[in-house]
Design a protein around this ligand. Sequence first.
Ligand SMILES: [Zn+2]
Length: 216
Amino acid sequence: MKIIDLSLVIESGMPTCGTPWHQTVKVEHMGTIDTVGRNTHSILLGSHTGTHMDAPYHFIETGHTIETTPLETLCGAISVVDFTRFKSGSVVKLEDVKQIQVTERMLFRFDWFKKWKTPEYYNSFPYFDEDAVDYLIKGGIKLMAMDTPSPDYGGNIQSKEDSPNHKALLKKDVVIVEYLNNTDQIDLTKKHTLVALPLKIKGSDGSPSRVILFEE
Ligand SMILES: [Zn+2]
């Protein structure tokens, strides 16, 4: 059984969502072997840092928070969808998702992680049409994972039209997993099992997560 690590490395100064209020990531020595006889680090990061998960509370005031997300949703069989044909700025439409079988856990592979640490990563990632996401929700999706920063168009953050897909998914308790890494290592002819574990942070709207895939 092969294990594929779908998580980005967390490191000081790594890119984060381009809003001025997002915490800059700092991973720094607190103590060293020289000074206190051991190495320890302080870790400062936002809940949406690197490969991470969104809980309903991210957009829904009464939604549940990350530490109560059922592990049954986060671990289990997952279908991987090859959407690598969707390039910069393109939109996944209803007719595109109608061609695939909707399952409880779905991973959409765009190979967009290859743009990580380039300006393009946040500027022109492919995203989903609202009708397409609605179709997935009605089909019974419980976890939607992708190697882009968001299932939504990224150009209108904090406007009235901001993040309709996030809102629709989270309202229906669908977990969103974003910023996956290494999706080109997935063999699409094989079967896969997902393990996606957020930190158990009380009251948080999301958490950086270690996401791995078992390949049969
Ligand atoms: Zn997020």
